[in-house]
Design a protein around this ligand. Sequence first.
Ligand SMILES: Cc1cc2nc3c(=O)[nH]c(=O)nc-3n(C[C@H](O)[C@H](O)[C@H](O)COP(=O)(O)O)c2cc1C
Length: 291
Amino acid sequence: MVASGTFGYAREMAGLVTLSRLGGIIPKTITREPRPGNAPWRTVETTGGMLNSIGLDNDGIDAFIEHHIPYLCSVGTAIVVSVAGRTHDEFVGMCRQLDAVDGIAAIELNISCPNVSGGVDFGTDPAMCERLVSDSRAACRLPIIAKLTPNVTSIADVARGAAAGGADAISLINTCQGMAVDWRRRKPLLGNVLGGLSGPAIKPIALRCVYQVAQAVSTPLIGIGGIATLDDVMEFLVTGASAVQLGTANFYDPTVSMRVLDELPDALRQLGASTVAEVVGTLVAKPVSKH
Ligand SMILES: Cc1cc2nc3c(=O)[nH]c(=O)nc-3n(C[C@H](O)[C@H](O)[C@H](O)COP(=O)(O)O)c2cc1C
C-alpha cells in the first residue's frame, strides 16, 4: 500500500504507477472541516529522510467524498480512507459518514499526527485510544485501522488499547517528532518549528515498534517507516507486519511501489514461501523482556 500524505489523492501518481497493482491507497488524511495547514516552510530535507509539518492541509470530508472518492474508487484497488478528528465525537462522526459511502475498503484512524494540536492524545493515552477505536468500530461496518505514533514511551501499551477497542489492524508508525535549525539565522527551518521525521532514517525505529507490538497483540500489523526497497519490505514482514505502506520513498522514487511488487515473488521464494502470509512474523529472536 502507499501511505497517507505521500501519494496525494492518487491522480497525481496515475501517470507513473499502475494504480490497480497496489494493494491499497491511503489518500491524505481528511478532517471534518477544511484546514489550511501550517505556515511554510512545511518540508525540509534531512539526512536519510525529511521533516514535514503540513498540518493536515485538506478540503474537508464533504469535498473529499464529492471530488475524490469517485476517482479513487475507479482505480481498481482498495481505498483506505484516513481520518483525523479534533475530538472523539468528530472521529466517530466521520466514521459514521463514511459508512454510507460506497467503495471504501477500510478506515485508518490517524491518531498519530504530530503536527496538529490535540490530534495525538488519542495515540498516546491507551484508554483514550481504546474508547476511540471502540466507538469508531461501532459507528460503521468498515474495518477500522488504528495508526499509531512512535512518539510515546510504550507503543505496545497504546497498541493494547487499540486491540482492546476492537481495531481490525494497526498501522505503525507515523512520523517521529523532530526539528531542523538554520544556525546562521538562529531560526528553525519549519514554520511550525517542530515536524515529523520520515524516510529511511526512521526504519530502525519502525522495525522496533513492529517487533514490540507484534509481541503485545494478535491484531494484524501494517508496517510503515522508511520502506524504500524490497529488502525493507521483507524485514517488516518477517518482524511481524502482515502488510506494509510505502511513504516518503514515493516522493524521490515514484515508481518504487511497482519495483517492490515485481521483486516480491523472488524474495518470498528465497525463504521457501509462495505467499506473504507464510513469512509474516517468522523472525527468530529472543522476546524483549520489557516494552
Ligand atoms: C509530507 C508527508 C505528509 C504526511 N501526511 C500524513 C497524513 O496526512 N496522514 C497520516 O496518517 N500520515 C501522514 N504522513 C506519515 C506517513 O503516512 C508515514 O506514516 C510516515 O511518513 C512514515 O513512513 P515513511 O518513512 O515511509 O514516509 C505524512 C508523511 C509525509 C512525509
